[in-house]
Write a protein that binds this ligand. Structure first.
Ligand SMILES: Cc1ncc(COP(=O)(O)O)c(C=O)c1O
Length: 459
């Protein structure tokens, strides 16, 4: 009698494309040796690796494209550059030269916009954290405050009263469009009646005057219908509060959220198939706005100004990160991995997006499923958990594209210095727009108490 076999737990093994499998080998001929007409290798040599490279031309083209899409569909449009998306001075000033206002969410961002020369009345101040000193400054200078909550409303009322002013304010709203998960932590909720309460309080105020409505649906919103719904809800609310109070709404700010051509992790289809064009977003928004405000003109009221605060769409594809291989490693499960000199410390969005990755020279050999690790001594430092790449030598460089949004702001000084950021100007010249950090920069803020000034390392 044969011996009874021991039961074994079944397992599923992912079939990896690459060397010797039933799909054959995958060749990988793509490479990118230049960005906006400038060769990448000499830039790396001059400015070091890793290196962020930003294109002024792309930035200008993107904002012009955005404005054209909206201004051809609606008569009064203002674009506020979302500072948190990328507040490098050269990025902000390029966009301000193109006519963008500033959209800020902290005292720091407000101060930065003012220092760059943006007039206060062209700064939209969003966010849940505005304390008395910054509110006093904004009120004195005439900046535009978007109220997030009742405590802020009461504080601003006091500040305006002390300044002896009547201050125009916008309230931030949140509500369900039926298309996206509502971001209900910001602003006043419409469905619960909270937003109407805030409007009534403002209606009775001697120092604050409600003139604007704001909402921001979220980021990387892939369905333009969400915006159509957003605009209709905001316009209906505008009519309601104008009927219930003496306010007159002059602007409707729809925030940001338009997707860039990046790949959100977990998204099955490539961005070319799922990301709407800017005209599709503009059409959904402007059609709804024109439609919902037609009656207004007949009754002698002006149509509200449309304010946009798009961040990601404008800047994401204007910047690349070039990073070099520092080591190759075979993992115990057989997969190849490469250690790069850039990790999640400077490519924070690597947590959520599969950025396009391309070598800067044609690589020989068979492409294999590869894990790209960063340089940090931290298990989480993975900038790409799976990408088909041929073998790389130490020193070979890769381009990560679509890194312009939220990396030069959310990056962290952790373990490594942050590298140079350079800009390719419209005329092809190149300049550093943020210098790489060094030890002096990193320790400049530290103070070592007197009794800790000398050390004696034993052994
Ligand atoms: C109030 C506000 N406006 C604009 C933006 C820019 O969003 P995005 O980069 O998705 O266009 C954000 C981002 O979170 C935001 O919170």
């Amino acid at each position: 009698m044969s011996e009874k076999q021991v039961w074994q737990k079944p397992t599923l093994t992912a079939h990896r494309m690459g060397t010797l499998n039933k799909f054959g080998s995958v060749s990988h001929g793509h490479y990118q040796d230049e960005f906006e007409g400038v060769k990448i290798a000499p830039l790396l040599e001059k400015y070091g690796s890793p290196l962020f490279i930003l294109s002024e031309k792309r930035l200008r083209n993107n904002v012009r494209k955005l404005l054209r899409a909206f201004e051809t569909r609606y008569s009064d449009v203002v674009y506020g550059w979302s500072y948190k998306t990328n507040y490098l001075g050269a990025v902000c000033t390029t966009l301000h030269q193109e006519g963008a206002w500033a959209e800020v969410v902290s005292a720091f961002e407000y101060e930065k916009a003012r220092e760059l020369g943006v007039p206060a009345e062209k700064i939209l101040f969003n966010g849940p954290h505005k304390e008395r000193p910054i509110l006093e400054r904004v009120v004195a200078e005439g900046g535009r405050i978007h109220l997030d909550n009742l405590d802020e409303l009461y504080l601003l009322e006091e500040v305006a009263k002390e300044a002896g002013k009547i201050v125009d304010v916008t309230i931030r709203l949140n509500f369900d469009t039926g298309y996206t998960e509502p971001w209900s932590r910001f602003g006043f909720n419409i469905e619960s009646g909270q937003a109407m309460d805030a409007a009534r309080i403002l209606g009775e105020s001697n120092h604050l005057q409600l003139t604007g409505l704001h909402s921001h649906l979220g980021t990387f919103v892939l369905d333009p219908r969400a915006y159509g719904s957003q605009v209709r809800i905001m316009c209906a609310f505008m009519e309601q509060i104008e009927a219930a109070t003496a306010c007159l709404i002059e602007s409707i700010d729809i925030g940001g959220g338009f997707a860039s051509m990046n790949s959100l992790q977990g998204s099955y289809l490539p961005p070319e198939q799922v990301v709407p064009s800017i005209d599709q977003y503009a059409e959904a928004i402007c059609f709804a706005l024109n439609d919902a405000t037609r009656q207004r003109e007949l009754s002698g009221k002006p149509r509200p100004r449309l304010i946009l605060e798009s961040g990601r769409f404008t800047v994401d594809d204007t910047e690349i990160l070039v990073t070099s291989a520092v080591a190759n490693k075979r993992m115990p499960d057989g997969r190849r991995s490469v250690v790069l000199d850039a990790g999640v410390n400077i490519l924070f969005t690597g947590f959520w997006y599969n950025h396009p990755v391309t070598p800067i020279r044609p690589l020989d050999g068979v492409a294999e499923d590869t894990i790209l690790y960063g340089p940090l001594c931290m298990n989480i430092d993975i900038v790409r958990s799976s990408v088909m790449l041929p073998p790389m030598n130490v020193g070979d460089a890769l381009v990560f594209s679509h890194v312009g949004a939220y990396n030069n702001t959310q990056w962290m000084q952790f373990i490594e210095y942050r590298p140079n950021v350079i800009m390719i100007h419209e005329d092809g010249n190149v300049s550093v727009i943020r210098e790489a950090e060094d030890l002096q920069v990193m320790t400049a803020q530290e103070r070592i108490p007197e009794h800790l000034q000398s050390i004696d390392v034993k052994g």
